[in-house]
Structure formats: C-alpha cells, structure tokens
Design a protein around this ligand. Structure first.
Ligand code: PPS
Length: 568
C-alpha cells in the first residue's frame, strides 16, 4: 500500500523574473522548432510529469533506458525521451552549446543545454523498446519515417509551459493535482488512463476499481497524441464531461494529460504508472493489452495481452503505485446490470458491443442501445462521426507516369459530380506541380514535400466534408502512409493503385517522357531510373491493361459504395 504523497514534486521551471531575462537571451540562440510530440514531452519534463528526468536523455541514459529500462544512475524509466532533429540542424550544433526550444508558433518554451549529440541505432531502439522493428507499430513507423536522424540530449531549463486554448480548466500539472488531493482530503486515489470515449462498461469498471481499493477516482485521459485513427480529443473530452455526472458527486475528478503515447504495451504501462505516481495517485488501473498497438505485419498481436500487467506487477513497489486489475465488464440482459466477464450468472444472456461494431454503427448511422452508452455520449460521437455517406473522404490514386491515373481520376470526378451532394476537388499530379509545387523537382525529398502538400490540402477538403481526388505518382510507401494518417484523422482514405506495368506505360508513352528517360535526358524517372514502391494493401487495385477507363472508374464507384461512402 502506498500513501498519497501531497508534497510538491520538482519542476524544471525557473522563476518568472529569470524566465523574462532568459527569454531575451535565448532569442539569440540557435533554435529548434519542436514537433507536436516534442511539445508534449517537454511539457511533462518541465512540470515534473516525467520526474526524475531533468531533460532530454543524453547518450549514456538513452543506451541504458533502451537496454535496461533504467537511467544510467539506476532509476526505473522505461521510455527513451529524446530530442530528435534533422541532420542539417544537428550539423550546426555542438555539445556545450545552448539551444532555444520553440513551439510551432515560435514561442520560446525552454532552453536545452546540449551535452550529447549522436546518431541512434533506430532498429535496435525499435527491437528493445517496442519489441520488434516492424513498421506496423505506430511508434516504430514514427521512429523511422517521422523522427529526425540525430538525437540531442541535455538538461532543460523551463521558461514557460506550452499554451493550450482548449479545456484550460481541465488541465492540471502534477503539483496542481497533488494540491487538489490535499485540499479535498483524498488519501487514496485510483487513476484510470484512457484514449477512448467512456461508455457504461467503463463507468462500471472504474466505479468498481474505486470501491475495491476504497479510493477516490481520477479519470486521467490522454489528450496529447494517441493512436492514429482514434476519436479526436475535443470529442472525447465532451464525452468525458457527459459521463462525469454519472458518478456520485465529490468522489471523482477529471483531469487531462498532455502525454504523447507510444503504444508500447508493457513498457508503456510501467511508464504510465510512474507518470501517475508523479501526479500524486496511489492506484492505477491496468487492463488486458494496456496501450497495445494492434496487430503486427504478420497479423499477430505485438504483445501478450497480459504482459503489461506482469511487467507492472514486477515493478510495482519501485513505481510506488498499486496496480488495480481492469475487469472486462459485460451487460447481462436478464439482470439489466453489468458484471465482470468472469462472474456472469449461469444461464444468462450476455450483451456486448466491440469497438469495431460501435464504429460500424456510428459509420452507418445505426442504433446504439442505452444499455451500452449514455445518450449524451452517443450524441457527441454522432456529431463528429456523421454517417459515412455524409462525411468527406479522399480517393488517392497512385501509379507510374502514364498508368492512367489522371484519366480515371477525371472520369471518377465527373461521375461523383453527376451524383451531387458533396463538392469534388481533383488534385492531379501535373496540375499540383503547376500551382502548388512549381519550385520542386523529382528528388526523393522534393517528391515527399509534393505529396505531403497534396495530403495537407486533401485533409482540409476531407475535414470540411468534401471529396478530394488525388492523382500523383506518390512512389514512396512511407509518404503515402503519412498522408493516410493525416487524412484518416478527419475522414476516409481510399488508396487506389493503378497497376499498369512499366512495360505498358512505356509502350503507350503518351507524353514521350519514357523515351527521354531511356536516353538519359530526364533523370530520376519513376520506373526507369527511380523507384516505385508498389502498395501492399491498397483499398483497390485497378488494371488498365485491357480494361476501359469507364469501367476502371466504375470499379472505384463500387468500392466507395461498398465502404458506405456514397449511396447509389
Ligand atoms: S511525384 O513523384 O508524385 O511527386 O510525381 P508527380 O507530382 O505525380 O508528377 C509526375 C508528373 O511529372 C512528370 N515527370 C516525371 N515523373 C516521374 N519522374 C520524373 N523524373 C518526372 N519528370 C517529369 C510526369 O509527366 C508525371 O505525370 P503523370 O501524370 O504521372 O504521367
């Protein structure tokens, strides 16, 4: 049993006076614009959420954390908190130098006194921390395809916390929560971590956990970064607020945690425990497959479903937080009541709706029964997830030059406009290069910038309920995946591989470019002197050889219908 600790935890902020002075001096330092994930990490470093860390890990700490889940001086810490930067930025920085860390608007949040600069072995980091160097794991994909190549480490001097304009009153630092628990006299607090909306089963299980541990309850959802494709945090917080009324008054608090999750299962559970310890709680609910990333590229779970609980239990005394078993609660029809799945009365009917089934019902505008969720929660979810045929979406054609992307895309656009209902925008490769990317060439770097621009515009169109049709070559799988993640946050992404072979494209050679490429007059030509990574699992693959354009466009229409995105 661990007592509630109300004493303040060390923060990395300097006084307001020193902060003003430092800010001035820092303006002349080289500065790094933090990524969204780094802003989350920095906030928790500065406010003590990541205590005992005093900054971004240096190399010795990094090696030790990756290898042994401990910092070099032996403190339990399972997650490498590193500042990844580009090679270009790193080239101008040497250990011993200070750099200013700025948020995306350019505000200086902190100073990093660089002690270490190194190129990490990312494959090893993936194996050790996430259990596999497999890009199907969102954090491994991030490590290889989003994070910079070089790490900088060193202590952080905090100047000011990142500014949040949303739900200000619901955000608390570890010390604010500790002070609150002291003020209201909560001696035992059980925290519930979540990245999903809460339904009745969650309310029942958290309620039980609090009763069993005779503790008050802290609903402590993550609003920083969660798994790509999750319900956005604005919707979730409105759902949490709706559920809060369902708990007996004065027993339960809701506080938002600006954590960037890694979905690292067992290591993540231990990390979550340490973070909650810093926030002053005494108990923490850990369930089956805690912070699980889903299936690996072989279609198997990344982690054993109970590995997180086992690792947590093995380190419980060091974490200083008691683990509370998360009970899977199911609804028993005859009793009109929830029961833990291992205590179901014999001969009764169990009702349950899985996450996938819930998403299907939301997508298709079907009934969601009251025994499953609260009407206010369902209303919030429906507001942000209207039925699929009312949402925006993106059709993303990819394929070689001359494969027929533009022709099919044009035919599709006309068919969709004929149906009406939503505005349709075509972002064709050539047209984009004329209007949005006229300064870009065909190096990997430039192609990636071009595709990300298309993805950005398509995501805005999708978010606002329109249909975006994109038709670039988009030769790199990782870039297509980044675009998919960006768009799936606001609607459906339908990847269509126009699978015309290079031989056929060259035979057609509509623009005469293949001939020039063969003669070496065009460099880096896709399929001839530059790579094209064939999509593994596109939503649709169309073959233009021996098939009319009209019929290819019709195949796309059928796919959109099957996905519920349009109605015939
Ligand atoms: S990419 O890789 O997605 O950024 O390419 P994209 O913007 O779709 O541009 C492809 C069109 O540019 C012409 N073109 C080339 N393509 C490939 N490689 C090289 N080096 C190249 N140089 C010019 C070509 O006409 C492409 O048009 P499409 O419509 O694909 O035939």
């Amino acid at each position: 049993m661990f007592p509630c600790n109300h004493t303040p935890i060390p923060e990395l902020y300097v006084s307001a006076d020193s902060a003003r002075k430092l800010k001035h001096e820092a303006a002349a330092l080289p500065s790094w614009d933090l990524t969204a994930r780094q802003v989350c990490d920095l906030e928790l470093l500065m406010n003590g959420g990541f205590h005992p860390l005093k900054g971004f890990l240096g190399q010795a700490d990094y090696d030790s954390v990756v290898q042994t889940m401990r910092t070099a001086d032996g403190a339990l810490w399972p997650m490498p908190i590193t500042l990844d930067v580009t090679e270009t930025f790193a080239d101008g920085i040497e250990p011993g130098q200070d750099i200013a860390l700025r948020d995306p608007e350019g505000v200086i949040l902190a100073i990093l006194s660089v002690t270490d600069k190194w190129v990490p072995d990312k494959a090893r980091e993936a194996e050790m921390v996430f259990g596999a160097n497999d890009l199907a794991h969102p954090a491994v994909n991030y490590l290889h395809n989003v994070a910079g190549k070089v790490y900088l480490g060193g202590p952080v001097t905090g100047i000011q916390p990142p500014v949040h304009y949303d739900f200000k009153a619901r955000r608390d630092t570890p010390n604010e929560l500790r002070a609150y628990f002291r003020k209201v006299g909560w001696a035992k607090v059980v925290a519930f971590q979540t990245r999903n909306p809460l339904h009745r089963a969650h309310q029942e299980l958290t309620f039980r956990a609090a009763r069993e541990s005779q503790a008050n309850l802290l609903i402590h959802p993550v609003v920083g970064m969660t798994k790509p494709g999750d319900v956005d945090h604005f919707t979730r917080v409105r759902c949490y607020e709706a559920v809060l009324d369902q708990y007996p008054a004065q027993t339960t608090a809701l506080s938002l945690l600006n954590l960037a999750m890694r979905m690292a299962g067992p290591r993540e559970a231990v990390w979550h425990g340490l973070i909650r310890k810093n926030h002053g709680v005494t108990h923490f609910i850990v369930g089956r497959d805690h912070a699980g990333p889903g299936k690996n590229s072989q279609g198997k779970d990344f982690y054993d479903p109970y590995a997180a609980q086992e690792l947590f239990r093995a380190h419980e005394s060091e974490i200083g937080v008691t683990m509370v078993d998360f009970k899977h609660m199911v609804y028993v029809q005859e009793k009109a009541q929830y029961f833990p799945s291992n205590e179901i009365p014999e001969g009764t009917t169990v009702l349950d709706i899985s996450g996938t089934e819930l998403r299907r019902r939301l997508r298709e505008g079907l009934d969601i029964p009251e025994w499953f969720s609260f009407p206010d929660v369902v209303a919030q979810l429906r507001k942000t997830s209207p039925a699929r045929d009312k949402q925006g979406f993106t059709v993303f054609f990819t394929g070689l030059s001359g494969s027929g992307k533009s022709t099919i895309a044009n035919a599709l656009m006309v068919k969709l406009m004929e149906m009406g209902g939503r505005p349709v925008t075509l972002l064709d490769g050539d047209v984009v290069r004329k209007h949005l990317s006229s300064e870009l060439g065909f190096s990997k770097e430039h192609r990636d910038i071009n595709i990300k621009r298309i993805g950005y515009v398509a995501s805005e169109i999708t978010k606002n309920g329109g249909i975006a049709i994109c038709a670039p070559i988009a030769p790199y799988a990782a870039t297509r995946r980044a675009v998919r993640e960006m768009i799936e946050a606001c609607g459906a992404f339908v990847e269509v591989h126009v699978a015309t072979s290079v031989e056929e494209c060259e035979r057609r050679d509509r623009k005469g470019l293949y001939k020039l490429a063969r003669e070496g007059k065009i460099k880096e030509f896709t399929g001839i002197s530059d790579p094209y990574e064939v999509p593994d699992r596109p939503e649709l693959r169309v073959d233009t050889e021996g098939t009319e354009v009209d019929s290819c466009a019709h195949q796309v229409i059928l796919k959109l219908e099957a996905m519920g995105l349009i109605r015939a």
